[in-house]
Design a protein around this ligand. Structure first.
Ligand SMILES: NC(=O)c1ccc[n+]([C@@H]2O[C@H](COP(=O)([O-])OP(=O)(O)OC[C@H]3O[C@@H](n4cnc5c(N)ncnc54)[C@H](O)[C@@H]3O)[C@@H](O)[C@H]2O)c1
Length: 351
């Protein structure tokens, strides 16, 4: 009942770790993976170790996919050895239509995890449209960050329901893990005053291995927005990182935790704030990820429930663990005929 086949769209910093983590979940079988230039499919189960070894240090990004505009800003391909990204695996093939190729196989796939860039707000919603157009009736799940994308998915609710799709959105770390945790912590209160999320991430592997994540975060710095971040060259991104000595601090981030907590009835979106510190030169976290939920209890006490993540938990662990847990819950809902758009505060991850 709980055996699940999954396709991973995007095998960059996050998607690679999704595949790696799946090897620790015997109920989860990756059967397809793609990046901008390649696809690997095996409905009996991909050889994840071979795929990861073949693509280590070899992340395809930049332009190349017919029908898909440049969605991730960069034009560079980090490449070592033959082939590019997934296509370098013996299981992989080059393609100019990676997402359509996965869609063609999707009748046999229970869930599709989108570890794709989100620099064009409507990219993930448009990918969802393509699955709807093909009559897909499983689970779509993303780890997107931006608040405004949730509305674009809500606009598609009817089509998703008609298709029989359960769409779980914003199911990474923040939003995702921390949103769900905040929703639980809020249960002490009858009135929630504020939810403050402050994350710390250390990524020694830096921009090179986490292009989508770092580029999207730069859009939150003063003087930058999503459009300027998308257009920046890799050298310009590196220069911003150098200017900050590798440590980027963010306040008032447009992270969808706010709208996802509001749609779950926890508090107003305006009462949620998200900020964080990213160190791209050290694995050690520059600050401890902390969530503070302040409110008033039914018996009139004002208090703050606080929870923190262990400093040794990596971003990859905190994005992919919850994403796979939310995926499992999404598949259970889908198999019970529950379709539509759901955020992490509306459902809790399975284990
Ligand atoms: N919610 C969270 O806590 C959280 C944390 C980290 C990252 N993220 C999100 O995860 C996403 C992925 O981040 P990343 O660092 O892995 O990015 P990345 O740039 O390292 O990887 C992106 C992958 O998508 C592929 N891709 C790009 N355009 C494509 C297309 N048109 N068709 C097929 N494949 C395509 C690339 O080839 C690459 O494999 C981003 O949207 C980021 O914001 C969320």
């Amino acid at each position: 009942m709980d055996d699940i086949t999954v396709a991973v769209l995007g095998t960059g910093g996050i998607g690679r770790r999704t595949l790696e983590l799946s090897t620790h979940k015997e109920w989860l079988t990756p059967v397809a993976a793609c990046d901008r230039h390649g696809i690997a499919v095996d409905h009996e189960g991909l050889d994840v170790t071979e795929l990861l070894d073949a693509t280590e240090g070899n992340i395809a990004s930049g332009d190349g996919g017919a029908g898909d505009p440049v969605t991730d800003g960069g034009t560079a391909i980090k490449q070592s050895g033959a082939g590019e990204g997934v296509a370098a695996s013996v299981q992989g093939d080059s393609t100019t239509t990676p997402i359509d190729d996965v869609i063609a196989e999707s009748g046999l796939i229970d869930a599709v995890l989108m570890a794709l860039p989100n620099l064009e707000h409507d990219f993930i919603p448009r990918v969802a449209d393509r699955f709807v157009g093909a009559g897909y009736d499983g689970v779509l799940i993303d780890v997107l960050k931006r608040s405004r994308v949730i509305g674009l998915l809500d606009e598609r609710e009817e089509q998703l329901v008609d298709s029989g799709i359960t769409f779980v959105c914003g199911a990474g770390a923040t939003p995702g893990f921390l949103t769900g945790g905040a929703a639980l912590a809020a249960q002490s209160f009858v009135d929630v005053e504020s939810i403050d999320i402050r994350w710390g991430v250390g990524l020694k592997s830096g921009y090179e291995d986490n292009r989508g994540t770092v580029r999207e975060d730069i859009a939150h710095l003063d003087g930058y927005d999503i459009e300027t971040a998308r257009e920046m060259t890799d050298a310009e991104i590196e220069a911003v990182i150098d200017d900050h000595d590798g440590v980027l601090e963010f306040t008032d981030m447009e992270h969808a935790d706010d709208v996802l907590l509001e749609r779950a009835g926890i508090c107003d979106a305006d009462d949620v704030s998200v900020g964080g510190v990213l160190d791209v030169r050290n694995d050690e976290k520059p600050t401890t990820t902390t969530v503070s939920v302040t409110g008033t209890t039914f018996d009139g006490e004002r208090a703050t429930n606080t929870f923190q993540l262990g400093d040794a938990t990596s971003m990859a662990a905190n994005v992919n663990g919850p994403a796979i847990g939310y995926l499992k819950t999404g598949v259970r809902m889908n198999r019970n005929g529950v379709y539509g758009v759901f955020g992490p505060a509306e459902l809790l991850p399975g284990f």
